[in-house]
Design a protein around this ligand. Sequence first.
Ligand SMILES: Cc1cc2nc3c(=O)[nH]c(=O)nc-3n(C[C@H](O)[C@H](O)[C@H](O)COP(=O)(O)OP(=O)(O)OC[C@H]3O[C@@H](n4cnc5c(N)ncnc54)[C@H](O)[C@@H]3O)c2cc1C
Length: 675
Amino acid sequence: MSLASAIAEAIPGLQCSDSTPDRISYARDLWPRHMIAVRAGRIADHRPGVVVWPERTEQVVALVKWCGQEGISLVPYGAGSGVCGAVLPTAQTVVMDLKRLRRWRRFDPEAGVLDVEAGAMGIRLEEDLEARGFTVGHFPSSILCSTVGGWIAGRGAGQCSGLYGKIEDMVAAMECVDGRGEVVTLRRRTAGPDLTPLIVGSEGGLAVVTSAELRLHPYPARAFAALSFGTMERGYEAIRAIYQRGLRPAVCRLYDPFDSMMARRSAAKHAGQATTHQPTDGKDHPPPGVGAAALRTVLRIPGALNRAVDLLGARAFGGATLVLVFEGEPERIEAELGVARRIGIGCRGRDLGEGPARHWYDHRYSISYKLAPVFMSGAFADTMEVAAPWSRFGTLYEEVRRALGRHVFVMAHMSHAYPDGCSIYFTFAGSDRDEAAAERRYDEAWRTALAAALEAGGTLSHHHGVGRSKADALGVELGSGVEVLSAVDQAFDPQGILNPGNLLPPKVPPRRPLPPPPSRPELDSKSQLVHAAGDATLGEVEDVLAARGLTLGCTVAGADHRTTTVNDWLCAGAPGGPDPWLDPVDHLVAGYSATLGDGGPALQIRPCPRRAAGPDLFSLFFGTQGRAGRFHSVHLRARGAGAVPLLTPIDRNPALEVGEERWLERAIAAARGVS
Ligand SMILES: Cc1cc2nc3c(=O)[nH]c(=O)nc-3n(C[C@H](O)[C@H](O)[C@H](O)COP(=O)(O)OP(=O)(O)OC[C@H]3O[C@@H](n4cnc5c(N)ncnc54)[C@H](O)[C@@H]3O)c2cc1C
């Protein structure tokens, strides 16, 4: 019996298809490496056995249970816009497209949330909310072709992350189905325990997300500004100053001189035309011909091309452009825009008026669809987004650029900023004599660039995720964290049916001994992060910060302050700590090291403002009373000027329900079991 017939018999009413067009359509995501294969004539090497379209959570549950019984792998699928090779089925795989699970279950402005099913498409969701006077504030460039479930599973970021945060900052609760077919609604709790960060970023491997309660904001007014800087460094120093002053521009993007020049050319081309945020229909791009041949030739000498662009530099291309968009109440955003502009000018920026920022906004989605013409020309293109604290940011930018630049032509912009660091988005293009050589060049560019990012102290991904494309590098970034993740995976999905082969590296990385914790708290003043031993008291940390006009922003009083250790405070859920809902861009802990169980293996997570490097293992320790292990050392945020709070009525610490408790116990037992 075919897979489709077996499913139809086991789960009557579940829509499924094993037609060739459907199997080809669901054979991959938008990992650009696939495009090289497609151009070489290999259209769909990885066709699934069958595609199914559940419409209700009960159908998802039935399917998960059936796949578990039969030992058949099941891949959750949103809109397939992922760019990391996270969907790669075999003929024995069921691909589960969730786009028919798309209803609004509860639109509740009074509670500050929308409960929406995971298959809802981004643009439709935002347009329907806008009509009611609200926004979720999540605007990935792929909003036209991505789903709520895909955003959550990939730990994505939208263009307005500078005010609303990333998707993990927007989810108040999620309904999930684990690999056993158990349904639980996980709720975010600011004092823990909170398992939502463990499922966000799990890329379809731990559970299927069937619905999410997303935070609502009133639909905002906007204010625009743009500045030009002689160097990228001056531009990103301005960004750092803006965020550390407590300002939160929703959009804050710094384009390198070449990228800025391309944007100006595009603006000139569109001048006089009606503005649109739709992707182009391809008419902008004439069929490949002489231009394509020239592009391929020049991309074969990337080193010389990058050097030429560097030599021409900011002077010829007219400087790096900073685009700022503030959102919120009109009076406040005008005032904040003025302060940000003055900071930029103080960093030797030149005021460009609001024109370039308005142009960027009007074309904010079309830019991402410009990779296709490069492939049509016979070359290849891709993007890489990494992040680091400010103190490592310059090194990250230079080293990754250098690593990529040996193999491909590179442009960059800084796109998601935080008080403690920022992400860099590299766009690159390359070519080689034939498709096999192009694939080798593409792989080598990625391999060396990821190694450079990790060596520089950055994360391998800020928002695209890991997939299969970065799984090896995840081993380098997480170290023993990979063993913990595998154990949690085994606990949630004992049959290993959910998206097998994705995210986790094929080989377990060697364990690394933990360096000793700092003997007294050490301040990284550039990033406003303080590195303290788990045994340091809050008082000791605050003493170091007070000398620099900074604070943890914690209201634990007097004597308690002097006796409570950082470990105890975090294991108790940071009582009196800053409320993350009020400033979703800031966070409490940027990195940490911890020992599992009673003196078990060590885990070391490098400091970073945000990352999309799989599930966040911090949730095993935070607010779980030391049951998973203890903090050895922690990189805490040291706060200066605070941001204007974004108020919300969302319940901060809802009661822990039985199902959640069960999942928590399972996750903690799995982590403790790593020995
Ligand atoms: C042009 C373009 C621009 C982009 N811009 C951005 C951007 O600005 N910001 C950004 O963050 N990303 C961006 N991306 C990457 C991509 O769009 C995001 O990762 C997006 O969140 C994927 O959503 P999707 O619904 O298409 O998921 P899919 O690609 O279908 O799936 C992605 C992963 O999530 C899993 N998954 C999907 N749905 C569920 C579910 N309900 N439950 C459990 N697992 C699930 C899948 O198994 C897979 O592992 C861009 C991609 C493109 C092509």
